[in-house]
Design a protein around this ligand. Structure first.
Ligand SMILES: Cc1ncc(COP(=O)(O)O)c(C=O)c1O
Length: 390
C-alpha cells in the first residue's frame, strides 16, 4: 500500500545551518531518553559544561546549553544583562545584529545604535567615540555575522570595553567551534551560540556562558528578569549544585551535543580552526578562479560562512532550486538587503570538508551554465585543489 508519509530527503547541507552531522552524533541522538534529574543525566550536563568551556575560551562557572535555538541564547543574554533604562551600545552590521537591537528594545533598555554597511565589521573607532561621549552598561556585537559573512575583529573592542567598564554581549552563533572564541581574554560577560552550526549537532540547544560579573549584576537588578524560562539564576540552580527542577531538559539533544563536543575535543581546537580556514581558502580560491566574486574583503571573511556574489542576470531562486532538486545540495540565499544578491555557503563542523568544496563548485558551475552564465570550472578546481594541498 502506498504510504502518505512525507519523505525526509537526505540533503548535503552547505547553507548557513543546520549543517551535515557526524554519524556518531546521530547515533548518540538515539540513546535512551532518561529523566532530567537522573544522577546519570546530571553528569552528562556537567560534562557538556566542562567541554563547552574551552570552546568558548572561558573558565566561567555558568556555562552550559540552554534549551532552544540560537535565538533562545540571544534572548537569554539580552534579558539577563539588561533591564529598563539601561544604556546599551548596539553594533549592527547585518541581520542578526538587528535582531539583538529588537530584543534590547523589547527589554526597554536605551539602545544607541552603531550601524555599519552590511559586508563590513563595526569600526572600533566608532565604539571609542561613543564610549567617550557616554557611559554604557553593555556593548552588543555579533562575532560572525551569518547574513554577510563578516568576522568582527574583537581585540581593539575588548580593550575599549575594559577601559570604559562596559560589559560585552557577544553572538558566537556562526563562530563557536569553527573559529577561535576567547571569551575570557576579551572580557566577554555573556555569549551565546547554537548547536546546529560549527558544533555539529541538530538544532535545539543554545550554548551560553556568563561571567561572574554578569551573574552578580543579574542578582542586583531593580526589575526581575523578564523571561522566567531563560532567567540565568534559575537555570544555574538546575545546572549548578542545587539541582532544582527548572525544565524537562532534552536528554536526546544533550547526548548529541556531548558527542559533538567529544569530537571537537578529539580533533583538537587548533586543528579544527585550521581545517575550517583551509577549506574556506580553497573555496574562495576556487570560486574566484571560476570567475565569481566574494562579497567581503579578504581580511574580514568568515572561514565558516562564505558569501558569493550572484553574477548579473542570474536568478537566485532558480539556481538554489536546481541545486536542491538535482544534487540534494542546500546553500543559503541572502537576507534583508542582500536578498537576491549573494549566496551563503556554509563550511562548518562536519560540513567543512575538501569534498564539499569541490562538489559545491561543480554543482554551481552547472547551475550557472544552465542560465547561460559560463564559468571556468577547470581553473576553479585547480585553484581549490592547490589550496587544499598547501
Ligand atoms: C549570527 C546569528 N545569530 C543568531 C541566529 C539565530 O539562531 P537560530 O536560528 O538557531 O535561532 C543565527 C541563525 O542563523 C545567526 O546566524
Amino acid at each position: 500500500m502506498a504510504s502518505n508519509r512525507p519523505e525526509a530527503p537526505l540533503r548535503k547541507l552547505m547553507g548557513p545551518g543546520p549543517l551535515d552531522i557526524h554519524p556518531r552524533v546521530y547515533q548518540a541522538l538515539t540513546s535512551p531518553v532518561i529523566g532530567h534529574l537522573d544522577p546519570a543525566y546530571l553528569k552528562i550536563l556537567d560534562k557538556v559544561g566542562e567541554l563547552l568551556r574551552p570552546v568558548f575560551g572561558t573558565q566561567n562557572r555558568v556555562t552550559n546549553a540552554a534549551p532552544g535555538t540560537g535565538t533562545s541564547g540571544m534572548e537569554a543574554c539580552v534579558a539577563n544583562l539588561l533591564e529598563p533604562g539601561d544604556k546599551v551600545l548596539v553594533c549592527v552590521h547585518g541581520y542578526f545584529g538587528d535582531r539583538i537591537r529588537q530584543m534590547v528594545e523589547r527589554q526597554e533598555a536605551q539602545a544607541t545604535l552603531i550601524e555599519s554597511e552590511w559586508g563590513r565589521p563595526t569600526d572600533p573607532q566608532r565604539i571609542e567615540e561613543a564610549l567617550k561621549k557616554d557611559a554604557y552598561k553593555v556593548i552588543t556585537l555579533v562575532h560572525a555575522e551569518t547574513s554577510t559573512g563578516v568576522l568582527q575583529p574583537m581585540d581593539a573592542i575588548a580593550r575599549l570595553a575594559k577601559a570604559h567598564g562596559a560589559m560585552i554581549l557577544l553572538d558566537t552563533v556562526t563562530s563557536l567551534g569553527g573559529i577561535e572564541v576567547k571569551a575570557d581574554e576579551w572580557g566577554i560577560d555573556a555569549a551565546y551560540s547554537c548547536s546546529q552550526k560549527c558544533i555539529g549537532c541538530p538544532p535545539g540547544l543554545a550554548p551560553v556562558t556568563f561571567s561572574d560579573r554578569a551573574i552578580r549584576a543579574a542578582g542586583k537588578r531593580k526589575h526581575p528578569i523578564r523571561s522566567w524560562y531563560l532567567d540565568i539564576g534559575l537555570l544555574d540552580k538546575y545546572w549548578g549544585s542545587e539541582r532544582v527542577y527548572h525544565h524537562t531538559s532534552s536528554s536526546s539533544l544533550n547526548y548529541a551535543l556531548l558527542e559533538a563536543l567529544r569530537l571537537i575535543e578529539e580533533e583538537g581546537l587548533s586543528n579544527r580552526y585550521a581545517r575550517h580556514l583551509k577549506n574556506h581558502r580553497a573555496l574562495v580560491a576556487g570560486v574566484e578562479a571560476m570567475g565569481l566574486k566574494m562579497l567581503v574583503a579578504p581580511e574580514y571573511r568568515l572561514p565558516t560562512l562564505n558569501t558569493v556574489r550572484i553574477p548579473e542576470g542570474v536568478d537566485d531562486v532558480q539556481v538554489r532550486s536546481y541545486l536542491l532538486e538535482k544534487f540534494n545540495l542546500e546553500i543559503g540565499g541572502g537576507l534583508g538587503t542582500l536578498k537576491g544578491k549573494i549566496w551563503r555557503v556554509g563550511l562548518m563542523g562536519y560540513s567543512s570538508s575538501a569534498e564539499n568544496v569541490l562538489f559545491f563548485m561543480s554543482a554551481l558551475s552547472r547551475a550557472l551554465a544552465l542560465q547561460g552564465c559560463k564559468t571556468d570550472l577547470a581553473a576553479g578546481s585547480d585553484a581549490a585543489m592547490s589550496a587544499l594541498d598547501a
